[in-house]
Design a binder for this molecule. Structure first.
Ligand SMILES: [Zn+2]
Length: 108
């Protein structure tokens, strides 16, 4: 059994050079000072999310994570600055009618 991960995970310094200056992090602070971004906005160059589950099984709820990456202003290294986590409920998508065939079309 592994220890439970406590979110958010935060990485405040560049893993390459140790600098705490980062591009989107500083730009979003300027936007916050102008009132153009909310106080809890995370500055990031890229944001990606994943549902952590076996894709071969139907799931009702699974752990989900969102990771934010940014670039070090001193050495250019791209690194993860924050990871949020929680439970997500996958959305079921309705099967769409294919308009190429009439409703009662049966391939022969
Ligand atoms: Zn760096």
């Amino acid at each position: 059994m592994t220890d439970e991960i406590k979110f958010p995970l935060e990485f405040k310094a560049c893993p390459n050079c140790g600098s705490e200056r980062r591009l989107a992090g500083e730009l979003i602070e300027q936007e916050k000072e102008k009132g153009k971004a909310g106080p809890d906005t995370v500055g990031a160059l890229n944001v990606f999310s994943a549902i952590i589950a076996d894709p071969r099984r139907a799931i009702l709820q699974a752990p989900g994570v969102t990771a934010y990456t940014d670039m070090c202003l001193d050495c250019g290294t791209i690194y993860c600055v924050r990871v949020d986590g929680g439970k997500v409920t996958p959305q079921m998508k309705p099967v769409k009618f294919n308009p190429q065939f009439p409703p009662n079309f049966t391939p022969s």
